[in-house]
Write a protein that binds this ligand. Structure first.
Ligand code: NAP
Ligand code: GFB
Length: 311
């Protein structure tokens, strides 16, 4: 089976690459933006017509942490709307058998009851910090549903929480919290300066290790037969504060005594607690990587790949 991974060079794409030998029945193609710019419809169609994929895992997106979402709303909206429109249309035009697209728990309503489940996706506006990205992703869910209803296409969506792991983007301002703080703590220790954590440290998040998510996405492609979107997350009991995450990172660098908060920076959304009971009802014995082990591997990977990683 020819399986195309858009966003194949990113955090999640690389995680699927790292487990790909466990799926010998798939002939994987890991797409990068230099292979094909998915914001260009004619190039995207040409690429799909030449590859003729049977299955697509659609990960490609303009992605970033809280501060990139706040500062680049037009990019987050326009690039994601365009990429998603082009990919789904080309999946349809080239007869793709199943397409699994990637949403995010940050697109759920901000003012809601917790924990959030799959049925609550459109029950109100998302948090203002990432509304541009969130509405583009909500439209991807509606677009997939529309193809199912009009053409019977097997186009579905998964909804991961915050993801972390090797091959992440460690950019000091645009990155998500874990890669940003790993990079900052590394530099602070090198320069003997304070390790600055933005905001108050009190917001809560659920984090899934990239390789775990990769396995769950492959499970969704191969075994999940429902149409409805599904949350892919650790349980709500594993929710952790940003402060605890920062301490875990500082601990990995043996730099705990030098941590400081800069409350001039936004905390963003206080929490987006996701309910993973649907996943657990279908894949109850899935073993998640612990935060300690995942963080150790992520810090190790960053140090070993400092010169060539995205930053
Ligand atoms: P990432 O590391 O930033 O990787 C983005 C990928 O998209 C890269 O492979 C990039 O290719 C590709 N891409 C970007 N613009 C493109 C374009 N115009 N044409 C073709 N390819 C393009 O992202 P990620 O963290 O792996 O995210 C994967 C998916 O998970 C995304 O849909 C994201 O919204 C979702 N998600 C991420 C998180 C998180 O915490 N990271 C949480 C929830 C959901 P190049 O590298 O070649 O540019
Ligand atoms: O991962 P993150 O950037 O995004 O986490 P969100 C932000 C939280 O970490 C905020 C704190 O509470 C920040 O105050 N934080 C502390 C930092 N220090 C830093 C730092 O140096 N960099 C960053 N980035 N945060 C995103 C959405 O929300 O979640 C995206 O905006 C995406 O669209 C992503 O969906 C998964 O979890 O707040």
């Amino acid at each position: 089976m020819k399986t195309l991974i858009t966003g194949g060079t990113g955090l999640v794409g690389q995680a699927i690459q790292s487990i790909s030998t466990q799926y010998p029945n798939h002939n994987f193609t890991f797409l990068s933006s230099s292979d094909c710019d998915l914001t260009d419809f004619s190039k995207t169609l040409e690429y799909f017509k030449s590859l003729q994929p049977d299955y697509v895992i659609h990960l490609a997106a303009c992605v970033g942490g809280l501060y990139k979402n706040i500062n680049y709303k037009v990019d987050m909206l326009e690039k994601n709307l365009t990429i998603n429109y082009n990919v789904l249309k080309c999946c349809h035009l080239t007869g793709v058998k199943k397409c699994v697209s990637c949403l995010s728990t940050c697109i759920f309503p901000d003012k809601t009851t917790y924990p959030i489940n799959e049925n609550m996706l459109h029950d109100g506006p998302p948090h203002t910090s990432n509304d541009a990205y969130a509405y583009a992703k909500r439209m991807l869910e509606i677009h997939s549903k529309s193809y199912r209803e009009q053409y019977g296409s097997n186009f579905i969506c998964v909804i991961p929480t915050n993801i972390y792991g090797p091959h992440d983007n460690f950019h000091l301002n645009d990155a998500h919290v874990i890669p940003a703080l790993i990079h900052k703590c590394y530099l602070a220790k090198q320069e003997g300066k304070p390790f600055i954590v933005r905001g108050t440290g009190s917001p809560l998040r659920q984090f899934i290790y990239s390789e775990d998510l990769a396995k769950l996405i492959m499970w969704t492609l191969e075994k999940y037969e429902e149409n409805d979107s599904i949350i892919l997350s650790v349980s709500e009991k594993d929710e952790v504060s940003i402060g605890k995450i920062a301490e875990l990172i500082a601990g990995e660098f043996d730099y705990l005594d030098n941590m400081k908060y800069d409350t001039n920076y936004s905390d963003g959304q206080y929490k987006k607690t996701a309910d993973n009971s649907k996943l657990m009802s279908l894949f109850g014995d899935f073993e998640f990587t612990s935060m300690d082990e995942g963080m150790k591997k992520s810090v190790r990977w960053f140090i070993d790949n400092y010169e060539k990683c995205r930053k």
